[in-house]
Design a binder for this molecule. Structure first.
Ligand code: C2E
Ligand code: MG
Ligand code: MG
Ligand code: MG
Length: 279
């Protein structure tokens, strides 16, 4: 046990470092607390058929409530959760909430919807994960094909991974997120056998002005068709981008043009065809 005198001495010696450590400690505490209270909010961004603009599914995106502003974004709290091991309980909570939501929408007549859930590569270290998701699906009566698991390309993740193999075997859809900016290589794609690839937003941004980006997207469509992989375009913000992607043969997309991620009640409004078409 430290004496008060020693504490003072340490703080005096490394004031800046100490402040940083204290702030971080407080953030970890807040994160842990939020997970404990189930105060992780999920918002939903539509995945849209580019031809009809109808919603085919949603991506679940996490937000932290009741914490300071900087910690509310997943860009901040996901890395922190990964660093501290909290990604495991956090990941379980997100899976539970998102699958439960999908079942609620199914009960309201949305029978064909899919739900996409982001997985951290660290969650794959947990061999129980596939059984947990399977059990959730059974409890809520959700066919595993309706659940898309989005994995970012990373050097942690190898195509031949026991947890990935199990998830595939159980019938979940594997989706490669942010494709094109990570450690992507074609060998990885072949061994992972994903059902879906999400073209990173950076390729869609300025697509209309950049012939090189257009060439990459065109090559990807050929590759994906040959491997029976569905392509999804991320970050569609303009009609021009939509039109171009549609002409290139991409069928599904997401982006602010259609909708930002929204709370579940707002998502329900988006699914009402009369309202969607009038708006
Ligand atoms: P992501 O999975 O690639 O999700 C897409 C991100 O782009 C989301 O940011 C979304 O709000 C944003 N976005 C969507 N459409 C557009 C657009 O048209 N323009 C622009 N500029 N942005 C768009 P968000 O919600 O801040 O999430 C950031 C990242 O955090 C996600 O990237 C994902 O990697 C991670 N993340 C979020 N929730 C979870 C989670 O529950 N678990 C894990 N492991 N990661 C999560
Ligand atoms: Mg994603
Ligand atoms: Mg993405
Ligand atoms: Mg991205």
């Amino acid at each position: 046990v430290q004496t008060r005198q020693q504490e003072t001495a340490i703080q005096h010696y490394h004031p800046a470092l100490s402040k940083e450590i204290q702030d971080k400690h407080a953030q970890v505490q807040a994160l842990q607390d939020a997970i404990g209270r189930s105060a992780v909010e999920i918002i939903y961004q539509p995945k849209v058929c580019l031809q009809s603009r109808r919603i085919v599914g949603f991506e679940a995106l996490s937000r932290l409530q009741g914490v300071d502003k900087t910690l509310q974004s997943p860009v901040v709290f996901i890395p922190l959760a990964e660093e501290t091991g909290l990604i495991k309980p956090l990941g379980y909570l997100v899976l539970l909430k998102a699958i439960k939501q999908l079942a609620q929408w199914r009960d309201k007549g949305q029978l064909e919807l899919s739900m996409a859930i982001n997985l951290s590569p660290l969650q794959l270290d947990d061999e129980k994960l596939p059984y947990y998701i399977k059990q959730l699906c059974q409890r809520y009566g959700i066919p595993p094909q309706r659940v898309e698991l989005e994995l970012t390309e990373s050097n942690f993740v190898q195509g031949q991974h026991p947890t990935l193999n199990r998830l595939r075997e159980f019938g979940f859809k594997l989706s490669v997120d942010d494709f094109g900016v990570g450690y992507s290589n074609l060998g990885y794609m072949v061994s992972l056998q994903p059902q879906q690839i999400k073209i990173d937003r950076s390729f869609v941004c300025n697509l209309e002005e950049d012939v090189n980006k257009q060439a990459v997207v065109n090559a990807l469509t050929t590759l994906a068709a040959g491997m029976d992989i569905q392509l999804v375009a991320e970050g569609i913000e303009s009609e021009t981008q939509l039109e171009l992607l549609r002409r290139m043969g991409i069928h599904v997309g997401q982006g602010y043009l259609f909708s930002r991620p929204v709370a579940s009640r707002e998502a329900e409004l988006l699914m009402q065809p009369a309202i969607a078409e009038a708006g």
